[in-house]
Design a protein around this ligand. Structure first.
Ligand code: UDX
Length: 423
């Protein structure tokens, strides 16, 4: 099939690359010419496991990138993968969705081929119907029989996105007609996964609900973890016992500093704002955010009970990324922790296997090290803030600290004498 992907950001690039890998002819429309050039050279503009390998195989063959909308009328499917960043009040900013939809409409003017315009971006329920369809149709006028509309959310985790795309738990397709849904379904026919077909609005809501539920599991585990800590119980032992119940399952029950990243905080807030706009008070979702915002403060409290006043104390921070296997620091829980340490006068020596350069843009004045041992040298205490698997191998490096006070925000270390934020 011919597939055009609008937006060569994280979701767009992974989606385009995987569709090309499955054998489709894929074009990315990315307004940033620098990014488009890199993609055409087979160089990923972002870090994602396995992406470089795949890009090398397909770019210049059945994957190309361009910075304009010309030629997209040959596409069977046009996927909208642009950002929906949060506005000041947390609601989703749809300006890129509107802009892309209008540009698609103008580019398809005069085309007689059947196209399915498909939204992949995470958008509030009702957006495809009330924003995308009118914007695309405005320049097209009354030729609705040549276009169909679908909403096909992504469930890609950073660092594991290629595997998540190629081995999904499910594929959700909402559509305006059976014909449109079948076109999108065909693009995925090589994948072995259940396909859920539904309305546009329900598909949009499935995405928000999935993220809100996963975020709820994490905040729930954190609250139980905070209670367990007071009772002297290891929450990880508790959740192991709980997760064996198939109705609960063992995933996303890891207590710690809470959730960060580009999706959970933003999507839960957008859902809260959406509910409020319709006169609903989303009590549970607000608590999910509240628990998440409190967790970073808890590790600071714990640190103070262990070493007292933080002024002029050297604190080694291991882990800056919002989770392991990524250089992304968006909404990382390490940001509020570092801000508070600085506020209280601590001196920070930081190490992350991948994310130091991203964090330097937010905190340029920290001392960044290229290995954990050097960051630990002479430290009064160490905070572990990201679940990097390589941290589990740390041991003798801690002997370089002045005081061996080690507190984990993510349960990852395997040496003894470690205290956790809620275990
Ligand atoms: C998430 C969703 O998983 C994905 O389906 C969606 O499309 C985008 O958002 P991502 O943000 O890449 O993916 O990361 P994820 O692995 O879900 O982790 C999010 C955050 O939750 C991280 O900060 C992680 O450390 C934290 N987390 C995760 C926990 O604190 N405990 C857990 O048990 C799991």
């Amino acid at each position: 099939m011919n597939i055009t992907v609008i937006g060569g950001g994280y979701v767009g690039l992974v989606t385009a690359s995987c569709f090309a890998y499955l054998g489709h002819t894929v074009r990315i429309v990315e307004i940033d010419t620098g990014k488009a050039d890199l993609i055409n050279q087979g160089v990923p503009p972002i870090y994602e496991d396995k992406l470089e390998e795949i890009l090398r195989q397909i770019s210049g063959k059945n994957l190309s990138a361009q910075s304009h909308y010309e030629g997209i009328e040959d596409a069977d499917i046009i996927l909208i993968c642009v950002g929906t960043p949060p506005q000041d009040d947390g609601s989703a900013d749809l300006r890129y969705i509107t802009g892309a939809s209008e540009s698609i409409g103008y580019a398809l003017k005069g085309s007689t081929k059947y196209h399915v315009i498909t939204v992949k971006s995470t958008v509030p329920p009702g957006t495809t119907e009330s924003v995308v369809i009118p914007a695309v149709m405005k320049p097209l006028g009354d030729i609705s029989d040549t276009v169909g509309f679908c909403m096909n959310p992504e469930f890609l985790r950073e660092g594991r996105a290629i595997d998540d795309f190629l081995h999904p738990d499910r594929i959700v397709i909402g559509g305006t007609s059976q014909k449109a849904i079948e076109v999108v379904q065909k693009a995925y026919e090589k994948l072995d996964a259940p396909v859920i077909t539904t309305s546009l609005k329900a598909a949009e809501m499935i995405k928000y609900t999935s993220n809100a539920f996963l975020a709820t599991k994490i905040s729930f585990s954190n609250e139980i973890g905070n209670i367990c800590k007071k009772l002297g119980i290891d929450v990880y032992e508790v959740m192991k016992g709980v997760g064996y119940d198939h109705r609960i399952n063992p995933y996303f029950l890891n207590a710690g500093l809470g959730f960060g990243g580009s999706c959970f905080p933003k999507d839960v807030m957008a859902l809260i704002r959406l509910a409020e706009r319709y006169g609903e008070e989303p009590v549970l979702l607000k608590s999910v955010i509240e628990v998440n915002e409190q967790q970073p403060g808890r590790i600071i409290q714990l640190l103070r009970t262990r070493i007292g006043d933080l002024k002029e104390k050297k604190i080694a921070v291991l882990g800056l990324a919002f989770k392991d296997n990524t250089d992304d620091v968006r909404d990382s829980r390490s940001i509020p922790v570092i801000s508070e340490l600085l506020e209280q006068g601590a001196i920070i020596s930081a190490f992350d296997p991948m994310a130091a350069d991203s964090m330097k843009k937010i905190f340029p004045s920290l001392s960044y090290y290229t290995n954990a041992g050097d960051a630990l040298e002479g430290a009064d205490a160490c905070l572990v803030l990201t679940e990097w698997p390589e941290f589990s191998k740390l041991g003798s490096e801690f002997a370089r600290m002045k005081n061996q006070v080690i507190i984990e925000g993510r349960k990852i270390l395997s040496c003894s004498g470690i205290e956790g934020v809620c275990w």
